[in-house]
Each structure stands twice: as C-alpha cells, then as structure tokens.
Design a protein around this ligand. Structure first.
Ligand code: SAM
Length: 489
C-alpha cells in the first residue's frame, strides 16, 4: 500500500516540482554496499550479494554497487530493528563500504542545470537525515567534521549551472554544518567522515558511510606494489604460519609476500633481506603503512653467511628469486640459485619449511640447483607440493613447497595441489577466483568508517611549522586590532 501511495505522490510532485528533483517517500531505508573489486561477477561481489540475500534483504545490483533495503518495523521498534539489521550487515565482509543513501532523484533533464547551492538545499531538505543520524548513533559513530567528494565530475557538471562540481561539494558541506553541526573540511584526510556524492542513472545519491573494510586487508593496496595480492597470499598461505614463528624472505624486494603474510598472520616475526637498498626502502614503507614491523637487512643472500642470521634460527623461508628478466643476475642461474639455497638451508631450523616461487621456464634450473644443494646439506628436505598457475597469459608460475623431516616416511608425497586448497580447479581464472574466495574467508568484520583517533591527533600535530607559528601571530594581530578599535572609540 505504502509504495503505491508513494508513487502517486511522487508523480504529483514530478509534475509540479520546478527543479525536476524529488524525494520518493519510502517506508524503508536504503543502503548501498560498494563492491570490493571490479567485475560484476567477480567471486567477492557474488559472495557479498549472496550474504545480503541470506540476511533477507531486497538486493538490487547496479554498476559497482549493491543496493539493499531494511524495512522499518512498527513505530518505536524500528530503531532497534534497524540496528540489529545493520549489525548483520557487518558480516558482509567482502565489500568495501556500506553507506546509508540519502536520495534526491528525478528524470534527468537535459539543459536543466541548477545553482550548486539550490541543488545542495534540495538534497538537504529531501533527505531522511533523522534516519541517517539514528544509524550512526546506533553504531556508536560520532561525527564532528565531514567532507563531500565525488568522482563523477562530468555527470555532476550537467546538473550544476556554470559552476565546478566542487561548489556542490562545498554547498552540501555547509548544509550539513547548519543541520547537523558537522564542520566541513576540504579534504577527506582531515575529516571524520567522507561522504560520496554518486549519480546512478536518474538518481542523485549522497552516500553516508556507516561501515567499511580496511583497505590493506582487501586489495593489497600497499604503497609499493609488486606481485598481485592474491598470488602473494597463495604463496604466503603455503607457509602455514603459526603465531610466534619467524619467517624470512632472503630476496624480499618490495616485500609484497611478507606484507601479505603480515596482514593475515600478524603474530609472526618478519625478516627481509635484499641487495638493493631501494627495494628495502619500499618494503619498509609498505610495513609502515600496515603499521607492522619487519626486520630488514641489506645483504647478498647468495654468499656464504650473506644472510645475517645464525644457523637454524628461522622457522620458515619464502622466496621469489630473480628469473634473470626484470631483475638480472651475474653468472649462471643454477649457481645463483645454488648459493641462495645453501644459505636458506643454513638458516632454517630442522623440521622447518621453505616455499619457493619460480616461473615454469626457470624451474628446471632451480631444481638442478636444489639437487646439487641437497647433496651438501644435512637433513631430509623434499618437495612436497608443486603447484602451477597462470601468472600471466604467457607465464606459468610455480609454487614449490619443501619440508624437512628426520623421518622421511612422515612426509606427505609430492602433490600438484596445495594442502590448503581443498577441491581446487586446475588453473586459469577459476583457480584465481577460488584462491580469492579462500582469502576472503578470513576477512575481518566491517568497522566504523571513522578516522583513527591517533591519526586525527597526529594530523593536528603534523601541521606545518609555518601554520603553527602563524596561529599565535594572527591571534595577536586580531587582539591588537580589537584593542586599537576600542582605543579609537
Ligand atoms: C622478484 S623480486 C622479489 C619480489 C618480492 N618477493 C616481493 O614480494 O615483492 C627479486 C628480488 O631479489 C633481489 N636480489 C637479487 N639478487 C639478490 C641477492 N644476491 N641477494 C639478495 N637479494 C637479491 C632483487 O633486488 C629483487 O628485489
């Protein structure tokens, strides 16, 4: 009944509303979940949709977003039910952001552009701000400042007359300040909350984030990226890291594998070595960004004693050595790998594990080096898994897992599927999506989209020295002017 009344009322409003923008009165609140990755049919997006549908929501998909509604209960009960429903949505872990949608919609009118201030007032007046504030309150989110952003500048330009899109952002910020007391900030980094202005066909939406996913844990968006995060995860996963273990990457480069391991198994100790100080600096910055620590050494991991660790001092080793392509090497690949493996077997403890990553092309050389080494080292090291996958269209990557055990019989036979993969497809896109799903199973719960308190404090402390100096000077100046005026009067 309600929707029918709403449509009739809206139809009347469309006819009379001069700006061709209107709010559909709805008896339910609508939210949107922003996809974690590209591709409508990517496994994570399908997972998110299935999770929302299981939670009994009316789910609709549009480009890059899933819209879902939450029906309000009877008067008085609605707040509680909405909070409960939102806590369920917290479990939709494979999405980037959940936002309450504030909508002003209408048929797109070519040539019907409005001043930014007017458009902002329409969104401000039309929205169910009480509902948004209730959601934020129910989730314990307190806002003092906000910032409005949008990526759709061209679409916005069609709605605003002769003004750049950021005027609309600013005007919306001012409306929110008048209505809710949130102080507007020009940049998202200094604001408590970043609101997204989004155009979806004829709908103009202001998305107020209420839950979000931590970037690092989803997309491997490290400041310095090397290997793709899903592949780095699969390599790191093969280590089967336990809390308290020490893992070494003797040729860590930007540290993609170590950093990916640090995201999912943070209670281990991470040690990285590389000959190139530039690569080590990138690795350090990646760890800083994750707020994790790694012990880093500049060293040549192919020379005897080159890895600055004592014998049998690390539990696990992971390495993706150069293939003499992007990272060239001097001399033969076999002797380079042999030097590296001898060092690895020196520092890894008995019963430990080594995970190597190579291309199918260089694999024979790596295996040749391995058999030469195994004649020289103590302990019964054996390849227990050899897993190939399409790294690019032209290159097959291979993960080799090596175990050492004094009791050779206790070791699993060599497998072409990794122990943690379950029923995995042989390769191709399906294997990649399979790994991505397995990785997503450990996603943390969504969290409040606020900036962390230390950062906010830090940002204030981090103001430029010039600004810190200028503030008291300006204050003195204002005081002098005020005094001067009084004196003249
Ligand atoms: C393929 S990259 C490693 C990628 C890295 N595992 C990651 O996760 O991003 C190979 C690295 O080996 C380093 N390297 C080359 N020769 C080395 C040596 N003798 N000792 C230590 N590192 C070396 C290179 O500087 C390069 O950073």
């Amino acid at each position: 009944m309600w929707p029918a009344v709403a449509v009739a009322a809206s139809a009347q409003i469309i006819g009379s509303f001069p700006l061709h923008l209107f709010l559909i009165p709805r008896p339910w609140a609508e939210y949107c979940a922003v996809h974690a990755c590209h591709g409508e049919n990517a496994s994570l997006n399908l997972m998110a949709r299935a999770e929302l549908e299981r939670a009994g929501r009316n789910v609709r998909r549009a480009k890059g977003r899933l819209y879902f509604d939450m029906a309000d209960g009877d008067e008085g009960e609605s707040g509680e039910r909405r909070v409960q429903a939102l806590s369920e949505v917290r479990c939709v872990r494979s999405i980037r952001r959940v936002a309450a949608c504030v909508e002003a919609s209408g048929p797109p009118q070519v040539g019907m552009a409005h001043p930014a201030a007017q458009l902002a007032q329409i969104i401000d007046a039309a929205a169910d701000w009480d509902g948004v504030v209730a959601d934020l309150k129910a989730l314990g989110i307190q806002i003092h400042s906000c910032c409005v952003v949008s990526r759709q500048f061209r679409q916005l330009a069609r709605l605003i007359s002769a003004e750049p899109a950021h005027h609309l952002h600013r005007e919306l910020g001012l409306c929110l300040q008048r209505r809710l007391g949130w102080s507007p900030q020009g940049r998202g980094r200094s604001a408590d909350l970043t609101l997204h202005l989004h155009i979806e066909g004829p709908r103009l939406l202001l998305e107020v984030p209420i839950l979000q996913q931590q970037k690092a844990k989803l997309g491997g968006f490290f400041p310095h990226q090397g290997m793709h995060h899903v592949e780095a995860w699969a390599i790191a996963r093969s280590l089967d890291l336990e809390p308290g273990e020490t893992v070494l990457d003797p040729m860590c480069g930007k540290g993609t594998i170590l950093a990916e391991a640090a995201v999912w198994w943070p209670n281990a100790t991470f040690v990285g070595c590389d000959v190139d100080p530039g690569q080590l600096e990138h690795c350090r910055r990646n760890f800083d960004w994750l707020k994790q620590t790694a012990v880093l050494h500049q060293s040549n991991a192919t020379a005897h004693g080159g890895i600055p660790r004592s014998n049998a001092s690390v539990d696990k080793v992971v390495v993706a050595p150069p293939w003499n392509r992007q990272f060239g090497i001097r001399g033969s690949l076999v002797s380079f790998y042999q030097g590296m493996l001898l060092e690895i077997f020196r520092v890894v403890r008995p019963g430990g594990r080594v995970v190597l990553f190579a291309s199918r092309k260089v694999l024979p050389k790596l295996k040749a080096a391995l058999s030469l080494c195994l004649e020289q080292v103590h302990g019964a090291w054996r390849i227990t898994a050899e897993r190939g996958f399409a790294l690019t269209r032209a290159t097959t990557g291979v993960i080799l897992v090596l175990h050492e055990s004094p009791h050779a019989g206790a070791m699993p036979a060599s497998a072409s599927i990794l122990s943690w993969e379950g029923e995995a497809p042989q390769g191709g896109r399906e294997l990649y999506e399979h790994w991505r799903r397995l990785r997503a199973q450990s996603f943390p719960r969504l969290e409040a989209p606020l900036r962390e308190a230390p950062l906010r404090g830090g940002a204030k402390e981090g103001r430029s020295p010039a600004l810190r100096f200028l503030r008291p000077v300006l204050a003195c100046l204002v005081a002098c002017i005020a005094l001067g005026l009084r004196f003249r009067a």
